[in-house]
Design a binder for this molecule. Structure first.
Ligand code: CMP
Length: 139
């Protein structure tokens, strides 16, 4: 059965451009309830651990550098069918392929600097949420 929670980050590019409010508005207008929310910054070790699945990819170094260059917003979101519906709301990884009305279509600039992260499975949503939030920070 699909979980009703997913995990997201508003990435450094979107925070730098002042798009936190616009993105959170699209998320809540999209029917997601905010369970957990914080402004934080990843260390290099944090980013290497979070993206360990991509460690052999050619873009790994660039990805870690980008994700650690400034603050991010981390959040856990709740909605029926959260993982799949959130990936629909954010759009394709590459904004050039993202559908109209999606967060990446509106706010992302490239495949690397793509404004938001969304978990790709229920299992990863739980792992990624627990990476950033303690139980007492989930509401
Ligand atoms: P996301 O899907 O949130 O998590 C993995 C990230 O790796 C992805 O977003 C992009 O930011 C990044 N990424 C994926 N493919 C590439 C690529 N070809 N070049 C640079 N970064 C990439």
């Amino acid at each position: 059965m699909a979980s009703n929670r997913t995990f997201t980050m508003i990435k450094p590019d979107a925070v730098e451009k002042g798009n936190i409010g616009g993105i959170l508005n699209m998320i809540t207008e999209g029917g997601f309830r905010i369970v957990s929310l914080k402004l934080t910054q990843l260390t290099v070790a944090d980013a290497q651990q979070f993206y360990a699945v991509h460690s052999e990819r050619p873009f790994f170094g660039e990805l870690v550098e980008f994700m650690t260059r400034g603050p991010i917003v981390a959040a856990i979101l709740e909605k029926d069918n959260a993982v799949e519906d959130f990936r629909t709301l954010i759009g394709a990884t590459n904004p050039a392929d993202a559908a109209e009305g999606t967060i990446r279509k509106k706010y992302a600039t490239s495949i690397g600097e793509n404004a938001v992260h969304g978990s790709d499975s229920d299992e990863n949503a739980a792992i990624e949420g627990a990476f950033h939030f303690a139980g007492r920070e989930m509401f």
